[in-house]
Write a protein that binds this ligand. Sequence first.
Ligand code: ZN
Ligand code: ZN
Length: 130
Amino acid sequence: MQQEIALKACPHCGGEATLASPAQWPYLTHIVFCPSCLAKGPQGPDFADAIAQWTLRFGAEHPAEEDAAAKACPYCAWEEVVEGNNGLGNEPGHEGTLYFTACPNCLARGPHVRDKDGTLEAWNRRVGDV
Ligand SMILES: [Zn+2]
Ligand SMILES: [Zn+2]
């Protein structure tokens, strides 16, 4: 059941965010995600936790080093990232494998892209009041 709640916009593309439950995303817990770029917020045990983590934007307060390849996680300011993919493709409405850069600390995932080499650029894209 989705709540009527104003969610902060996606830090990567400014898109309108929405909620997803484990029923929709079998491999995830509760998350806030962006249907435009398919970025996923930190995973939480319930929607309240997922929303609270999505709303925190420490990336702006604790930016990574100037010369760091990857910008800090927008939600938890973690400075290491990992590369990932969604396997054979289990994004509703999106066929095939998509790639992303993710945060190993809060498990947030950046925008999902077709080009394996394009994930970091997508992760580093930040718009608005990240
Ligand atoms: Zn987005
Ligand atoms: Zn994080």
